[in-house]
Design a binder for this molecule. Sequence first.
Ligand code: NAP
Length: 529
Amino acid sequence: MTLLACPIFVREPNAVHDALDQADRAVQAGARLIEWRIDALVGGDDAFKAIQTLLRDSPASCIVTCRPLWEGGLCEVPEIERLELLRNIIESDSPPKYVDLEMLALERSPEAAIALIDAIKETNTRPGVEVGLILSSHDFKGRPVDLIQKIETMTNEMGVNVIKVVWLARSLRDNLEAFAILRERSRPTLALCMGEFGLMSRVLAPKFGGFITFASEAPGHETAPGQASIEELRNLYRFDSIGRDTKVYGVIGWPVGHSLSPKIHNAGFDAIEHDGVYLPLPVPKEYEHFKATVGSLIDDERLDFRGASVTIPHKENLIRFVMERGGSIEPMAGFIGAANTLVVNEDGSIEAINTDCPAAIKALCARLDIEPDALQGKRVAILGAGGVARGIVAGLAQLGAKVTIFNRSQNRAEAMVEAFRELAPIAIGEALQLIDERFDIYINGTPLGMNGGPDPEASPLPDGAPLEGALVMETVYNPVETPLIRQAEANGAITLDGLAMFVRQAGTQFKHWTGRALPVDVMDVDRGN
Ligand code: NAP
């Protein structure tokens, strides 16, 4: 079982009571260990008294860490003084459960470091006392070139109970190396990756037998880049149910931080008791990154990677990737040239599917209370000519709707018209038409209005567009109430927010991966989040 540890920085002696309150909250939220980060508390009687109070009143077993500047911490005092402080703590009346010692300290001040290890041995002869030594190595710049050698040296070091290696991940692939280290361990080990690519190593530590994973008490209290909060780890990422056989899914995009998908799919897995976890999987936008990363996730058999949602800017990359690997491409996805769903079967075969297109048509028909056939002859203005617009246009054109595309760049609109030439004639509109003419349906396929997008305050429709009685459909779902939705409501249109399509496309993905329907109550996601 992986212990969930909450690191808490204590920056000055008079912050001890607040720190203990924070530790209480962490334990109530599910932390099993508290890591007291005392880097800034070194020096003076007050500081030592404060540390003793922390150890005596700690609401859970604790690790004491006094990280020096040279290892990414805050402690600036001379090395001998720092190690002597740790020794005094170990020899005190309330010794911690673990003390963290940097591997480099053994090289920089061997005598003082060995004296510390001897002090642990001596303390452990006291009845009922057991202090463990965590030997650690951190790299905030990237994967250390001598990582494997380091682990070997740490493993051979006498008196060490736990090995800890942490580095800044350069891509998702670094997590796979962390998992290999955990699988091959010969003593309790932590192998964690920091940064935006490292979340996977923190969440999946129980799958590979990691000894400890760290999580902050609340957002904003992180002690390392990429650390999730206890609440996120347990409630969003299903930490307590992750085991050796847990299947891994995720959303592949760049960026992926805003995605609602982890919330929906993890809640769905919970509701149907599917042994799976769904993670954000950031992959930089170039195809080479996509190919290398997704290929490694699929090829690592122990990861049990079973599928992904694929979003901007990788929907076309997914088609290319699946084609190159000889997988199967659902006809609609092939026709559109973009897919948003990857299915990895148990035998390693892969499929690319487009669930955006049917989801948009279903959401539209449900809102208008019509059958898909009734879309024939409807005048539809599509704003944008990117991936999402392409899927919606294909679906609408197939059903005989009269589609006009309005896009910022002419060449992309022309490319879409050309691609669908055999399906139906599609017009390219001039901006003024949006004021002079009335359409039955308007659909936003641009990121305008999206939080974190190019212009969160903008609507893709001009003021004065004649919207009364028309249906205005949004695809942006973060926020749910976009400037376009407000404009449509103010002008007497029927509105359909981006969640309606989003939840339907997610439901179809869920069915492909689990064989089960996404439970309805899960769809009632926290609107606006
Ligand atoms: P995409 O392939 O990058 O296409 C974006 C489109 O928006 C392009 O046509 C682009 O025009 C246009 N655009 C971008 N910035 C613009 C700006 N500042 N002003 C005017 N036009 C601009 O993206 P996508 O995959 O189609 O996604 C678009 C939106 O759909 C995103 O906000 C995404 O969240 C949403 N979406 C929602 C769902 C759902 O289920 N609700 C599913 C998928 C996507 P150019 O051709 O001139 O670059």
